[in-house]
Design a protein around this ligand. Structure first.
Ligand SMILES: Nc1ncnc2c1ncn2[C@@H]1O[C@H](COP(=O)(O)OP(=O)(O)OP(=O)(O)O)[C@@H](O)[C@H]1O
Ligand SMILES: [Mg+2]
Length: 397
C-alpha cells in the first residue's frame, strides 16, 4: 500500500491553504455523515461519492462526486482527490474495487476483504475455514438442492441471496417443501444459498476496529432487537452470561481476522441455547449496532474507523457510563424528511438525537436515531424510547 503524504505539506486546489488528509467515502448516507462528523476534529476532511448531491453526508463533505458506485470512472474521480478511500456499504462490486487498487488507490478495507464479505456464501466459507461457528449452510443451484439441504438441516430453513441483501430483503424463511417455489421466485435470478434456521435466544453484535498494524480493538457486546428484519433497538452491555459475552467477543475478533479486515466492522451474532454463539454475518463498515458509541464510548466506532484506515493509534472502546441504549427513528410512511416532535424529544433529559438529514421519508426508512446513557440498561432504554417515541417522519399509510 502506498505511503500517505505528509499532511503538513498538502495544499488545497487553489494552491494556498494547507490541508490535511482527505478520506474518500464510497456512499453518502448516514454512515458517511457520522464518519465525517468524526473525521473533521482530527483534521481530516471527507469527500463522498453518491448518486445525488442531496444526500445525508453532502452538507458535510468538502467534495461530493456525483456518480454511480458501479461506474469505475466515478470511483476513480473520488479516489483521485482522496488519500484513503473507504466504503459505507458492502454492495460495491469487489472487481471494481480491485481495479481501483490497481490504479493506485489506497482502499481500506481492501478489495479482497470486500470480495470475501459482500458474498454471504464466500463469507460463511471463510469463517468456517477459520474454525468459527456459523449456522450450517450450503450453496444451492436449483430448487431440489433446497429440499436436499432440508433433509440435513430440517425445516424451516432460510434461503438467502448471496449478494446485495439488506434489512432482510434478500432472505426468505421457508417452512416446508410447499414454500420452496414461492421463495425461489421471490429471490430468483441471482446466486442463492441456504442456511439452517437458528432458534436464537437473542441477537448480539460486536463492533471491532482492526488497525493497519497492531492490536484489534473490540467494543462491548451489545444486544440488538430486529423487527421485520430491521434493527430497532440496541442495548449495552448485553444481558448475557459471562461465558456468552466472552464467546461473542472472541469470535468477533477472529471473524475480522478471517477476512483480513481493516477498519471498523460490525459482527452480527446469534446467541443459541447453552450460551453458544454463532456468527450471522459481518458488515465491512461502521454498523447500526455501534451508533451508541458516539456518546457512550470514549472513542466512537466512526472515529476509530478513521484512525484505523489512516494508520493512527486507536482510541479506547471503553464505555463512559454503566449502560446505554439506542433506538432507531424509522419513517412511518412517505412524506418529507422533516422530523415532527423535535421539542418533545429534546425535552427528555439525556436523550441524544441524531437526524440524518434525508430529504424524504419512507416506511421503515432509517431517518435518525436516539441514544441515552444510564445507570442501567432499563433506565437508558426508557429514556431513549421516550425521546424516539416523540419523533415522527412521514405519513403512515
Ligand atoms: N439462519 C437464521 N436463523 C434465524 N434467523 C435468521 C437467520 N438468518 C437471518 N435471520 C434473521 O433475519 C435478520 C436479517 O438477516 P441477515 O442479517 O442475514 O439479513 P440482512 O438483510 O443482510 O441484514 P441487515 O438487516 O443486517 O441489513 C437477522 O437479524 C435475524 O433476525
Ligand atoms: Mg444482518
Amino acid at each position: 500500500m502506498p505511503t500517505l503524504p505528509d499532511p503538513a505539506v498538502r495544499r488545497d486546489a487553489a494552491g494556498g491553504r494547507p490541508r490535511g488528509w482527505r478520506l474518500g467515502i464510497i456512499g453518502g448516507g448516514q454512515l458517511a455523515r457520522m464518519t465525517a462528523l468524526a473525521a473533521y476534529p482530527l483534521g481530516i476532511d471527507v469527500a463522498v461519492l453518491e448518486r445525488a448531491e442531496d444526500c445525508p453526508a453532502g452538507p458535510l463533505a468538502a467534495d461530493t462526486v456525483v456518480g454511480d458506485y458501479g461506474d469505475v470512472e466515478a470511483l476513480a474521480r473520488l479516489a483521485a482527490g482522496a488519500d484513503v478511500v473507504t466504503v459505507e456499504n458492502e454492495f460495491i462490486d469487489a472487481a471494481l474495487l480491485a481495479e481501483l487498487e490497481r490504479r493506485g488507490a489506497r482502499l481500506l478495507p481492501t478489495a479482497e476483504s470486500m470480495r470475501l464479505v459482500q458474498d454471504k456464501l464466500l463469507q460463511k466459507q471463510a469463517l468456517a475455514a477459520a474454525g468459527l461457528a456459523v449456522p450450517r449452510f450450503r450453496a444451492v443451484e436449483a430448487r431440489a438442492d433446497v429440499i436436499a439441504a432440508a433433509a440435513d438441516f430440517g425445516w424451516p430453513l432460510l434461503l438467502k441471496a448471496r449478494r446485495n441483501g439488506y434489512d432482510g430483503k434478500g432472505n426468505a424463511t421457508v417452512a416446508g417443501p410447499a414454500e420452496v417455489e414461492a421463495a425461489w421466485q421471490a429471490l430468483g435470478g441471482r446466486g442463492l444459498y441456504v442456511e439452517e434456521h437458528c432458534p436464537f435466544e437473542k441477537e448480539l453484535a460486536v463492533i471491532v476496529t482492526r488497525p493497519r498494524t497492531g492490536d484489534t480493538a473490540a467494543y462491548p457486546v451489545v444486544e440488538t432487537v430486529q423487527r421485520d428484519h430491521v434493527c430497532h433497538e440496541v442495548t449495552v452491555p448485553a444481558a448475557v452470561a459471562p461465558a456468552a459475552r466472552d464467546a461473542a467477543a472472541g469470535v468477533a475478533l477472529r471473524a475480522i481476522e478471517a477476512v483480513g479486515g481493516t477498519g471498523t466492522f460490525g459482527v452480527e451474532l446469534f446467541l443459541l441455547p447453552g450460551d453458544r454463539v454463532v456468527v450471522n454475518e459481518l458488515a465491512p463498515r461502521v454498523h447500526n449496532s455501534g451508533h451508541y458509541t458516539i456518546e457512550a464510548a470514549l472513542c466512537s466506532q466512526f472515529e476509530n474507523h478513521v484512525r484505523a484506515v489512516f494508520g493512527l493509534p486507536l482510541g479506547s472502546t471503553s464505555l463512559v457510563a454503566p449502560a446505554a441504549a439506542m433506538v432507531n427513528l424509522l419513517g412511518a410512511g412517505p412524506g418529507s424528511g422533516a422530523a415532527r416532535g423535535l421539542e418533545a424529544a429534546l425535552a427528555v433529559p439525556g436523550a441524544h438525537l441524531h437526524l440524518y438529514g434525508k430529504s424524504a421519508s419512507g416506511r421503515g426508512r432509517k431517518m435518525g436515531h436516539v441514544t441515552a446513557l444510564g445507570d442501567t440498561v432499563e433506565d437508558a432504554l426508557a429514556r431513549a424510547r421516550a425521546a424516539a417515541g416523540a419523533i415522527g417522519f412521514g405519513d403512515p399509510r
